[in-house]
Design a protein around this ligand. Structure first.
Ligand code: WTA
Length: 657
């Protein structure tokens, strides 16, 4: 615990580079600076205005924009709408049937372009097929699919029927799938024979079969993607092409209450039982649609948008499916990995489709840094105008690399902070308004209340560090944890119960101008000789050295300082392992950048870092390594072999002091 005169989290680094909005973006921006004032003056009125972006079958009651029974919220009470109608049909009715919704690119190079009219047909057929399989409004449907168009179609077919979907990322194991099927109580599963990954078919159906043993699943709809032989169980399993393709393209969408459940998405959780995060319809679609419009400055008539996340992650839900399609976007969807068949695949796709907006994760950007800037330099990236980042704090150096090497120095970067629980982006620059600071998510979007507070829940002054909290309910907020209101209250609302704040679990600081800098999960904060140091700041200091592409730091028990900082670094493409000398250089570099207190006790050069499928570093496992413990649960690792690599590296590891 910290004492009153000690900061909750030390503020160590400072970043002075500034990037004002390019005039041509500022001039035509969808959202201007006045939006902040407007929302401050009348927050609920502001959200009600954004809800009018959607087509409502029945408007909400004027006095029920928000019903707040802390911490349980209802938005747009009395209103009715159909989410799929808003994402598809209304665009066709407005005359945009021929506009491409999705340019899909398979990893092997096969492609499909799907117009809004075709999407309407496909979604209607899939909805009719689900009805034939017994799905009714309120039933939960499990989705376990690779990045193929049928994934988006399946989401929308469920939404059309008011049957909440629960998506499990295709890379998750049978066990992970089974526990989620059981928790959500699904009777129908949509999956595929497999998908392509790293140049090879990668099977899904066998995992699904294993997961379904002993569950309540009655029907399985299977998409044929790879054509590999898969067992089909009679009476339970049917092919998508047999059942969906023969359905009628007519299906009348029914309007549901604004609070009708839309989906349940399990947070992968680095510890404990996964939480089924429940999102509902009207508020969620309002905020995902508005943020996609505001933060990416999306123009439906000219932009080509690409969110490179996986559909099994919340980013895929909010910023591949619901937000962009509600906004009539034309988007790119890519099945595979960025290095297949070569390390320029992303840039080739941007050149091919003239992508204007790219949204990806810092982990991916740092991987590209590691591979070297000469790869993107071979492609024409001049169509890009806005770049986005999500999932982790983006280190200032990775930000600069993204800005220069990908954005050609002309594209604003929106560093978007949000969570599975928040449903939509809450803290981010606005590309036509904000003077950007590399590494900062900057300020809460209009209509959002966020602050950084100390242990006692008091806002920290500018220049101080502490806990990120959300001070007001927001339309896309989670409504509860599926089947467990108590856990919902305990997990998110008990830490600052007296203030009524939502505790996000993240550390953050405010700079001298009040802009917010995310500092990583508070569970990861290190305590070195009584100083509370964020993992993010030390990692960013390491990444700011020209030899380092990526870094992860953890606090390991230390007899003298309480915790000692242990760093794992990956070198850039052109850097060679500099041995002992490099370790000394890097330690001194950190001392110079943020102070001697943050000097790592130990630095290990590694080839890979343990990450979850959504790209977050699993520091828990690195702590196990740093403290010479047996590894804990590794089942949520993207690549389970990574820990062997790190273990091997350790034996030859270099230790200082
Ligand atoms: C982290 C992803 C810093 C944060 C949408 C958060 C970020 C967690 C950022 C949620 C960002 C996400 N800067 N940290 N721009 N975006 N995070 O649920 O720790 O997969 O709490 O949602 O990712 O991860 P989730």
């Amino acid at each position: 615990m910290t004492s009153p005169d000690q900061p909750t989290l030390d503020n160590l680094s400072s970043e002075t580079r500034r990037f004002p909005p390019p005039p041509e973006i500022a001039e035509h921006a969808n959202v201007r600076a006045d939006a902040y004032e407007q929302a401050d003056a009348d927050r609920l009125g502001f959200w009600a205005e954004q809800a009018r972006r959607l087509d409502w079958a029945q408007p909400w009651d004027d006095d029920k924009v928000l019903e707040w029974d802390p911490p349980f919220a209802k938005w747009f009470g009395g209103g009715k709408l159909n989410v799929a109608y808003n994402c598809v049909d209304r665009h066709v009715e407005a005359g945009y049937g021929d506009k491409v919704a999705i340019h899909w690119e398979g990893e092997p190079g096969d492609t499909r372009s799907i117009t809004y009219a075709q999407l309407q047909d496909e979604v209607s057929k899939a909805a009719n097929a689900l009805i034939e399989l017994g799905v009714r409004t309120g039933d939960r449907v499990m989705i376990y699919l690779p990045m193929i168009p049928e994934a988006a179609i399946a989401f929308l077919a469920c939404a059309r029927l008011g049957a909440p979907h629960s998506v499990v990322f295709g890379g998750f194991s049978a066990d992970a799938l089974r526990s989620r099927i059981d928790d959500v109580g699904a009777k129908v599963l949509i999956t595929s024979d497999g998908g392509y990954r790293r140049g090879k078919p990668s099977a899904l159906k066998p995992n699904a079969d294993e997961a379904m043993e002993g569950t309540a699943i009655e029907k399985v709809l299977v998409v044929r993607r790879t054509g590999e032989e898969v067992p089909m169980r009679d009476g339970r399993d049917v092919w998508w092409h047999d059942v969906v393709d023969r359905q009628s393209t007519e299906h009348t969408p029914e309007a549901f209450d604004a609070e009708h459940p839309l989906f349940i998405l399990y947070t992968s959780g680095t510890t404990a039982k996964p939480k089924g995060i429940l999102h509902t319809s009207g508020g969620y679609l309002t905020q995902t649609s508005w943020t996609h419009h505001a933060v990416f400055d999306h123009k439906p008539d000219s932009d080509v948008y690409w969110c490179a996340a996986d559909i099994g992650w919340v980013t895929g839900h909010s910023y591949i499916v619901y937000g962009p399609l509600a906004n009539r976007a034309t988007q790119v969807m890519y099945e595979g990995t960025p290095d297949t068949p070569h390390r320029g695949r992303f840039w080739e796709l941007i050149e091919k489709y003239r992508v204007t907006i790219l949204y990806t994760a810092p982990t991916t950007i740092r991987t590209f840094m590691k591979w070297g800037a000469d790869i993107p330099a071979e492609f024409d990236l001049s169509s890009l105008r806005i770049l986005g980042s999500v999932g982790e704090p983006i280190n200032p150096e990775a930000w600069m690399w993204y800005h220069e090497k990908i954005g050609g120095g002309r594209c604003p970067i929106v560093d978007t902070w949000w969570q599975t629980e928040t449903g939509a982006i809450l803290i981010s620059p606005l590309p036509g308004v904000t003077v950007l600071k590399p590494g900062s998510a900057q300020r809460p979007l209009p209509g959002v209340g966020a602050d950084v507070v100390d242990d006692a829940g008091k806002p920290v002054p500018n220049g101080g560090g502490g806990y990120l909290v959300l001070t007001e309910p927001w339309p896309a907020m989670l409504r509860t944890i599926w089947g467990d209101d108590e856990r919902y209250v305990d997990t998110y609302w008990s830490r600052f119960r007296d203030q009524g704040y939502y505790f996000a679990g993240d550390g953050a600081k405010k700079d001298e101008e009040g802009d917010i800098w995310l500092l990583g999960r508070v569970d990861d904060v290190m305590n070195v000789s009584g100083h509370r140091i964020s993992t993010t700041e030390v990692e960013s200091a390491l990444v700011s050295h020209p030899t380092v592409a990526e870094a992860a730091v953890v606090g390991a028990t230390d007899p003298t300082t309480g915790q000692g900082i242990v760093a794992f670094v990956i070198l850039r493409g052109d850097a060679t392992d500099g041995g002992e000398e490099l370790v000394v250089t890097l330690r001194n570099h950190v001392a110079k950048e943020i102070g001697p207190i943050a000097k790592p006790r130990q630095i290990m050069v590694v080839a890979e870092l343990p990450k979850t499928r959504s790209g977050k570093i699993m520091r828990r496992l690195l702590r196990d390594v740093a403290e010479n413990r047996d590894l804990g649960d590794v089942t949520t690792l993207a690549d389970p072999t990574v820990m062997n690599l790190i273990g091997a590296g350790l034996q030859s590891g270099k230790t200082e002091d």
